[in-house]
Design a protein around this ligand. Structure first.
Ligand SMILES: [Zn+2]
Length: 206
């Protein structure tokens, strides 16, 4: 029989099957071709697009519903990773959000805004007391559409990677100290540091 020679899926396995263009589905004796399929010279119905097979038993039609993946977006309450792009005012920093809380990058990037009132768990007047341009932060998203309002107030949130304002070498967190240290030039800088800060320098003898 022809069907077995081309390896057609079993009828009971067709519904919900994920297919790509050209995949054989069934014969025209079994189902009528609907949307997203085509019939080849031998009377085999094949998928014409990437999608999921749907069977309509009443009309005995087979179709392939396209699955367009919705782009992932930051959502309210979620943690994201963002890089500080500019500080237009002393009380405001602009970010480019690039990854979700698992560190998986978005296909695009999204604007984020951090106000000084959301930049620290203590009262600070200037945003520079918490973050500086080029810093990468782990932040909580406060709003549901772009530009996303961000907060780094939570204990887990804050700067996860920063570089020295003087020599641009990466800054290190030193356990027990509340400043970040440049191992190259000795500069010390203040940030709202996340406990997940990437670079940690353990001083000898400790
Ligand atoms: Zn330095």
């Amino acid at each position: 029989m022809y069907a077995s020679s081309v390896g057609l899926p079993k009828i009971e396995e067709l519904h919900g099957l994920r297919v790509t263009p050209g995949d054989p589905l069934c014969t025209i004796e079994e189902f009528m071709p609907g949307e997203g399929v085509y019939v080849d010279d031998l009377g085999v119905i094949r998928a014409a697009r990437v999608g999921i097979v749907e069977l309509d038993m009443a009309s005995r039609r087979i179709r392939v519903r396209s699955v367009v993946q919705r782009p992932r977006l930051p959502s309210k309450g979620e943690q994201v990773y963002a890089i500080l792009t500019s500080v237009p005012r002393e009380d405001l920093a602009l970010f480019r959000i690039f990854a979700d809380e698992r560190g998986i990058t978005y296909s695009g990037s999204f604007s984020g805004i951090l106000h000084v009132s959301q930049a620290s768990d203590s009262m600070i007047k200037s945003i520079y007391d918490a973050v500086k341009p080029g810093d990468i932060v782990r932040a909580t998203v406060l709003s549901s559409s772009a530009p996303y309002m961000l907060s780094i107030k939570k204990p887990q949130d804050g700067v996860v990677l920063a570089s020295c304002s003087i020599c641009s070498a990466p800054l290190y967190k030193v356990p027990g100290r509340n400043v970040l240290v440049c191992l190259k030039c000795g500069n010390e800088e203040k940030r709202k540091v996340s406990p997940n800060y990437i670079l940690v320098h353990r001083e000898k003898g400790k």
